[in-house]
Design a protein around this ligand. Sequence first.
Ligand code: EPZ
Length: 427
Amino acid sequence: MDRITIRGGNRLSGRLPISGAKNAALTLLPCSLLSAEPLTLTNLPRLADVDSFGHLLNELGVTTTVKRGAGDVIGREMTMTASALASTVAPYDIVRKMRASILVLGPVLARAGEATVSLPGGCAIGNRPIDLHLKALEALGAEIELAAGYVKATAPKGGLIGGRISFPMVSVGATENALMAAVLARGETVMENAAREPEIVDLCRCLVAMGAEIDGIGTDRLTIQGKTSLHGATYEVMPDRIEAGSYACAAAITGGDIMLAGARAEDMEAILAGLREAGVHVDATAEGIRVQASGALQPLTVSTAPFPAFPTDMQAQFMAMLALAGGTSVLTETIFENRYMHVPELARMGADIQVHGRTAIVKGVDKLIGAEVMATDLRASMSLILAGLAADGETRVHRVYHLDRGYERLEEKLSAVGADIERQSDG
Ligand code: EPZ
């Protein structure tokens, strides 16, 4: 395992390139299963989860070829061809390492009329059920059987049939699985209370590029006219709004000035509004988003909720930033039941944070002190990196494999804007 060592106190400034979005890539990759023709994705981030997904697609019979970005061009291009599926089973040993594997369920079922996927199980931030995924597929005529830790789905009526899906609560993954099933179902599907995250819009745009017919893109009501087949396409993955938001916090917490090159402001209005309310200057330009700290950070009251509200994936990073604000902030996590794993580690660096159920009270302190800390999940790990960038002294973040799942070349990008950061083997 590796660790990352940071010697804090440097003011970060300069240009930081934003990679393709992890959470868009992980729903665009399985679109390759929906066509016998090649799907090429460009601006794919070089991340562990993207590699794992490529291996899963290979298991299912998808051929994949990768073209790396030249030189310092971030990201890469992957062409996937599923001329025929060699398997309809996503095995436990792959799914347990990457929950997003569940996103092959809808497309494999739609393409082959059956799919068997290991139940993904929970993770550090919550038990992550998939009941909404399964109910959505049943609304399209699927029959679902749960046995021995696997979901076995079949489409007994000669394939999926368009229907009405009304989500009782917003679910990004369930919306994605349902979309990738509905595009090959017979007839019309109407989805109500669908997730509206920018990654869903990216998925819809990619499916339309492949010949799908979807109305209401960007809204919570989607209408899909199913097709008998989809054709190939070339599609560019959207920029990562959570990576951009994370590095915006790095500028804020170090009193810095960073141009987030390629970041798309319309995907991150709630994040930018929070930064502005905290006293940070944010300017959206054609090149990206410029984030400049200006004076002391102000406290905030923020509650996470589905898009377009403040995203749960930015809660830990804002908490690290607000640990140094001049006053008391109140953060409420409404999406996941256990997304405060970063709190005890931040406290070991001197942060003053009290958690009461879903709410965290963050009393700003004058400084943080570098310490040995442990990463537990992807976004919690980033909050420890952020704290280390601002802390007095040295911070060592262990188990950084969590970070490698969601942040492409993190130490290179931070070093390039002035951070004193290095990766070392943890033995
Ligand atoms: C996606 O997870 C993201 N992952 C998460 O990002 C993100 O935090 C989350 O959406 C919310 O925005 C990817 O896109 C790969 P949900 P997902 O279904 O789809 C409950 C990161 O750090 N629920 O919208 O799993 C669920 O337990 C990751 O990049 C059910 O009850 O999220 C949660 O409380 C973390 N039943 C809530 O809904 C279901 O069938 C939202 O989950 C599905 C979900």
